[in-house]
Design a protein around this ligand. Structure first.
Ligand SMILES: [Zn+2]
Length: 125
């Protein structure tokens, strides 16, 4: 239990630590670096569903979950409407603010915006 090595690495919260947090502090973190990305209260349904499965033009299949906000996810590309999975929305690649790992996409329309985060790239509390 007294593991000194962990003391200087505050970002490495273990999954069990997150589970023990009180309800209001529950967070969803980056699966790669455990940086806080969003929280469960930001989950939302888009076109009737929280999760969606899509394939990109290269044949990679992604299961994404929709969030109204994700402070830990930043855009890493210009907006594009090529092959958009959501009609009327442009997308940008979304990466982790901390480790720059790919987390998903940020979808923007004229008056709406949401985050589609790849479910295997994030860890739920
Ligand atoms: Zn990360």
């Amino acid at each position: 239990m007294m593991d000194i090595r962990l003391k200087n690495r505050p970002i490495e919260i273990s999954k069990s630590d997150i589970k023990s947090l009180p309800e209001e502090e529950k967070i969803i973190v980056c699966a790669r670096c455990l940086f806080p990305v969003t929280d469960p209260s930001k989950q939302m349904a888009v076109k009737g569903s929280f999760s969606h499965i899509f394939a990109n033009p290269h044949g990679h299949v992604f299961e994404i979950g929709c969030f109204s906000d994700a402070d830990g996810c930043i855009s890493a590309s210009p907006k594009s409407d090529e092959f958009s999975w959501f009609l009327g929305f442009e997308w940008q690649i979304g990466i982790c603010k901390n480790c720059a790992g790919h987390l998903g996409w940020i979808f923007t329309s004229r008056d709406e915006r949401f985050y589609g985060l790849i479910l295997e790239k994030i860890i739920f509390p």
